[in-house]
Design a protein around this ligand. Structure first.
Ligand SMILES: *Cc1c(COP(=O)(O)O)cnc(C)c1O
Length: 455
């Protein structure tokens, strides 16, 4: 008989992961390499080094080592807010009247309010170790910038954040959290970079986009001595750092002999999903176990479900390398969906390749249905979820309701990536009944895909 499952499964300090798990090592067909748009050659460590920290370049290109040690300094920091709890959603199960067993891994228990701190601290650590002065980055909704500003202040590094202008104006509180941690926050497009000045000239009054903020941050990093650029999602290294989520989840489940049937995560650039599923996908790849894995994306920005698997630019300004990924085209501007963290035109090359190989599935959901799930969850589980995370809640609830019809007691695990306290305008729109669902037309997607560079 299995032990009684507590509401929250925590791990002891000695059970916390000491190594990150690199799922690429177990993939027979590897994710496609980043390529230089000029030469069309694969990027080497030397090519990436002017932009990224050296050790992170190596992690980016490392397709062979399954385990990479987590430096002691990073593990010390993790101890401040990890392990994150794996919660049995007893109250949600009861409210739904489902025989399913639902668990969620809650990553919102830190000031930045999301899983992004797991990679921010690693990236800041390697920048410090390399003797750099600081790092630059972009932020859309603000979670990544907040996480990075916390990580930089811990290691005493300068942190320059280009924040998409509409968020800068709409989310003054996020901006102030970043400034409290010592970051310099600049609305993007700015007048501080060539790309920013060009965007402002070409599109007067533009409120910016993530792709443009990335271009500005990369330019700022390469033009200042002792600075490098860091990115909060999409890259292989970020998925590697986020594997702590999946490793902890697996250890916690194993402690109670629980085997999930289904693992669900929201997918913007794919980092939390990649981190959560990595150890489970590893078992799938090695033929040791099978799981149904579902990536959930917004219907307004459906890169997996409606995009193409091709080489594309990671940014609007086309200064970054090309990545092979499911993409809507780097010129795709998603509608003003409230889940800012999911408004990215592409998807991590690792997630894209796993999806292409049929190892994971994808679903898109509409925003009002997402907020309906968010509200239900908040009322019974006591956590106000981030709009991004609520995409996973939506599908977890849908699957639990299917179990109610079939009478199957499936075990569902989903990633609850963060809290939504800075998203109250979005909740307000939902509560007022003024929220709408915007789904791009085939023509709109075809138009931006037509601009993707030809092979
Ligand atoms: C950024 C963010 C996401 C999406 O990013 P991924 O890289 O796809 O994980 C999801 N949830 C929250 C709370 C976020 O801040």
């Amino acid at each position: 008989m299995s032990k009684e499952i507590p509401y929250k499964i925590y791990l002891e300090e000695q059970e916390m992961p000491k190594e990150w798990y690199n799922v690429r090592a177990d993939m027979k067909k590897k994710p496609a390499p980043l390529i230089n748009p000029g030469t069309r050659q694969s990027m080497s460590v030397q090519d990436l080094e002017p932009v990224f920290c050296k050790e992170l370049c190596e992690q980016e290109l490392n397709n062979d080592d399954a385990f990479i040690e987590i430096p002691a300094e990073i593990r010390e920091f993790y101890k401040m807010y990890r392990p994150s709890p794996l919660v049995r959603a007893y109250c949600l199960e009861k409210a739904l009247g489902t025989p399913a067993h639902i668990y969620y891994k809650f990553e919102g228990n830190n000031t930045s309010g999301s899983h992004k701190l797991n990679s921010a601290i690693a990236q800041a650590y390697y920048a410090k170790k390399q003797g750099l002065k600081g790092v630059t980055t972009e932020t859309g909704a603000g979670q990544w910038g907040t996480a990075l500003s916390m990580a930089c202040s811990y290691f005493d590094l300068d942190c320059q954040v280009y924040m998409v202008k509409c968020s800068y104006e709409q989310k003054p509180f996020r901006r102030e959290v970043m400034r409290t941690y010592g970051a310099k926050v600049t609305p993007s497009p700015s007048m501080e970079t060539e790309i920013g000045r060009k965007m402002n000239a070409d599109f007067p009054g533009t409120t910016g986009s993530l792709g443009c903020a990335i271009s500005e941050a990369v330019e700022a990093a390469t033009k200042q001595e002792g600075y490098r650029y860091v990115l909060g999602s999409v890259l292989n290294q970020v998925l590697l750092h986020q594997s702590v989520i999946g490793l902890e989840t697996k250890t916690a489940l194993d402690k109670y002999g629980i085997k999930p049937d289904m693992i669900i995560g929201c997918a913007g650039g794919g980092s939390n999903l990649g981190g959560l599923i990595s150890p489970f996908v590893g078992e799938k790849l090695r033929g040791e176990a099978d799981y149904q894995i579902i990536a959930v994306e917004p219907a307004s920005c459906p890169s997996l479900t409606r995009g193409s698997y091709v080489y594309d630019f990671c940014d609007t300004g086309r200064v970054c390398p090309l990545a092979k990924m499911y993409t809507l085209g780097s010129s795709f501007i998603p509608s003003a969906n409230h889940a800012g963290g999911l408004r990215y035109h592409g998807m991590s090359p690792v997630i894209s390749e796993l999806y292409d190989q049929g190892l994971i599935e994808a679903r898109s959901v509409e925003q009002t249905a997402v907020f309906e799930a968010a509200q239900k969850f908040a009322r019974v589980e006591g956590i106000l979820p981030a709009p991004e995370s609520s995409h996973a809640i939506r599908v977890a609830i849908d699957e639990a309701l299917k179990c109610k019809e079939t009478g199957e007691a499936k075990t569902i695990v989903f990633g609850l990536t963060g809290t939504g306290y800075f998203d109250m305008y979005a909740y307000g729109a939902y509560n007022d009944g003024t929220m709408s669902d915007y789904i791009p037309t085939d023509e709109e997607i075809a138009a931006s895909l037509a601009m993707v560079p030809q092979a």
